[in-house]
Each structure stands twice: as C-alpha cells, then as structure tokens.
Write a protein that binds this ligand. Structure first.
Ligand code: NIG
Ligand code: FE
Length: 410
C-alpha cells in the first residue's frame, strides 16, 4: 500500500539527480516545491509534485496540515553507546577544571571506559536503546555511532556488538565506527606507542574479523594521539577495509586534518582549530569537514570557523557528537540553532549541513539526505511555520510534528 502525504506547504531538499554533496555558495540554496504532495511506496520515496494529488483508491492519506516536509536528519558523528553518565565531572568543570585537566585526573573518557567495563553487553544495549528512541523522535533518520569507551579488545568489541544490535533492532540507518584510539588507558600512560601497537595488531584485526565496523576513527589532538600515530592506525585500518573518519583539531592545530585528508578520510570532525593550511589540505579532497557545535557549547570552547570553510568553497556537515563528556545531547534541531546563532550559517546552509552533507559524511549519500525518488523515505513533517528559517530560529522549542522512517510514521 502507498502512503500519500498531502497539504505540504513546502517540500525541501528536492533533488532528482543529487550530487554527492553541496559546497561553498551552493550551500545557501535548497530546491523547494510549494503546495506539494509526496508518495511513499515500499519504504521508499516514489514520486512527488506540486498542486493537487489524485490518490489511488486504496492509498493511505496523511494530511501534513500545511507544514514543511524535509529529509530526516543525518547525524554523522555520535558516541551514543555508553554506560552511565558524567554530570559529576561537569560540576568539576564549573568549579574551574578544564576538559583536559579532568581527563588527566582519570576522568573524562577513562571514567566512561571504567563504567563501560563494569556493564554487561545486554545492559549496555538497554542503556543505549532509549537514546536511539529519543533521537528518532527528534528527527534523526541516519546516524553514525562510535566505539571508543572500551579501550581494550574485549570492551571495544562489546560496544561494536551493541551498535550492531541497534542496527538490527531499530529503524535507524546506522554506520558504525571503531575508535579504539580514543584515549590512552592508564596502564599505558608512559608507553603510548604500545597502546597504538595493541590497536593495530590486536583490535583492528578482531573488529574486521567480526565485520563490526564501517569506519575507523582516531582522536588526533593535543594530549591524545599524534599525527604520526594517527597515520599508522589509519593505514593499518585501510588494510582491513576500514575507511577513516577522524576527530581532528578540537583542542589545537593537531595535524589531524592533514593526516585525515592524506588517508582519504570520509570526514574530519570538530575543527575548532582550522587555518589556511587546513583549508588548503581540504580543497580538492573527498573529505567532508564536519563541525560539532554542541561540544563547543557544552565545553565552552571556541566555535569552529564555519564561514571560512564555506567561503573557501568547501562543503560542510554539522553533527551532534552525542556523548557523555562533551555533548550529552543528540538533538539536531539544537545543532541547527547553534549553526545559525554561533556559526553564523544561513538557515539553508544549516539544512544542507544536517541532511545531504551529513549523509555523505557517513557514506549514505546514495540512499539518504535528500528528497529523491528511490531514496529511503526518512522524512520530518513540521508544524506549520512562516518559512524554514523559523525552525532553527525558534531554538529550544521543537517544530517537529511527525517523523517517518522507512516509510512508517514513528
Ligand atoms: O568528540 N573528542 C573526543 N571525543 C568526544 C568526547 C568523548 C568524551 O568526553 O567522552 C568528542 O568530543
Ligand atoms: Fe566525538
């Protein structure tokens, strides 16, 4: 049976033959149909148009009430599988400790790793499932989820198996990333290279053996992993078919962007510290620069230079970074608001960044991110509003009326 959406004031990000991403000045436009309808068949977008729709007799009709319809969000960077929470550390931060100081005292990622090692796999799944349900309600239709709170082979595999189960048991499109090099465990403190060897020699082959990851990530930054170590890990991952998607330049000019581009990373993420050299490295590459403004908000870091990136003619994606330490929220409407408020992006630049460019950043551009015949019917129906720009402007109050994933109302 077909599901026919009618009474759509504006159908946004309509593309019949989309390019893999949108970049530079093109980011400020979005193809739109007004007074539109859309037909869903077998979970896919079948066709759409303007004006009156003439349904078949047994079509199911859904009146969109004059709201907008857009592609569901594509959140290309999260760590939403984790155990417990870290609000206590946030109090330490309020009292004056920095993110790096908290990490050095065994807090931060190591704190989450300790909690995770004490949590059985089933319990980890039960803790993570409500986060998936929550982001579905808030409009996310495709998401990337990382490991990285295991930091030993057994617990990294445990996290990746939970991600696999979320893939199998929820309607979200999920890409999975192995992030063994997220932090150096305490027992490797003065022998960091030995930990890198462990990632390369033991963890990567084990992850590949069970086919648990699509991508490989490294936290390439001051106090975490060097450019050289990152290069070694990415090259080792490539031998097992793991494509890079890395954390780069959050805390300093880390060389992360350059090593990512050299290794043909799908994306380089964070980018608070980006200058001319980083922009030059990205030009002509196939790597999607990705900004996570929730982490800047929550940690009080400076915001990444979105305008410079776009004005350099590059594409840009925005993602939530949903994780217990630097951004405990997967709310992409909030990410869009931060895009216009803090990153000085225009509303349509933001919309492209959280839909089609986010889809590219996790390798889902052929199936998600635009309203295109044949793509998966992952859609957001909004409340009626004067224009799309109202959605990020009305920060903190959701404008989402319904979410459709794989053609089904959630
Ligand atoms: O993307 N920067 C590294 N990793 C995460 C933070 C993880 C944590 O603090 O638990 C991030 O911000
Ligand atoms: Fe992250």
């Amino acid at each position: 049976m077909r599901l026919v959406l009618k009474n759509i004031a504006g159908l946004l990000v309509v593309e019949h033959d989309p390019d893999p991403w949108v970049a530079g000045t093109d980011m400020a436009s979005v193809n739109t149909l007004s007074d539109a309808w859309l037909v869903i068949e077998n979970g896919k977008i079948a066709c759409f148009g303007e004006g009156e729709v003439i349904p078949f007799p047994d079509d199911e009709l859904l009146d969109c009430g004059g709201g907008l319809v857009l592609p569901a969000f594509c959140d290309s960077h999260t760590h939403l599988v984790y155990a417990g929470s870290r609000e206590q550390e946030y109090e330490d931060k309020i009292r004056g400790l920095s993110y790096e100081e908290i990490a050095k005292r065994g807090g931060g990622i190591l704190n989450s790793a300790r909690l995770l090692s004490l949590t059985p796999e089933n319990e980890l799944f039960e803790q993570s499932l409500p986060r998936v349900q929550e982001i579905i309600k808030s409009g996310t239709g495709a998401v990337e989820i990382k490991s990285g709170y295991g930091l030993n082979t057994i617990d990294e595999l445990k996290m990746l198996r939970v991600i696999k189960r979320l893939k199998e048991e929820t309607p979200l499109a999920i890409r999975s990333t192995f992030l063994g090099a997220h932090a150096v465990p305490a027992e490797f403190k003065s022998k960091q290279d030995k930990y890198v060897d462990l990632v390369i020699e033991e963890m990567i082959p084990a992850v590949a053996e069970e086919e648990l990851a699509d991508y490989i990530d490294v936290f390439c930054d001051r106090g975490f992993f060097t450019e050289e170590q990152t290069g070694r890990i990415l090259e080792a991952g490539a031998k097992f078919g793991l494509l890079p998607k890395i954390h780069a330049n959050e805390l300093d000019f880390s060389g992360g962007v350059q090593v990512g581009v050299r290794n043909q990373a799908r994306s380089v993420d964070h980018l608070e510290f980006v200058g001319v050299e980083e922009l030059e490295a990205l030009k002509g590459s196939l790597t999607m620069p990705t900004i996570l403004p929730g982490a800047s908000l929550f940690l009080g870091l400076k915001y990444a230079p979105a305008r410079e990136i776009i004005e350099a003619g590059l594409p840009l994606a925005l993602a939530s970074d949903y994780n217990p330490g630097s951004s405990p929220s997967g709310n992409m409407e909030l990410v869009m608001s931060l895009g216009i408020i803090q990153l000085k992006m225009l509303p349509y630049e933001v919309l492209n960044a959280v839909t089609r460019n986010g889809a590219y950043a996790m390798g889902l551009e052929d199936s998600h991110g635009t309203i295109t015949p044949g793509k998966v019917a992952n859609l957001i129906i909004t409340d009626p509003m004067p224009r799309f720009g109202f959605m990020p402007y009305a920060y903190g109050s959701s404008q989402i009326n319904k979410v459709i994933l794989n053609g089904k109302i959630q």
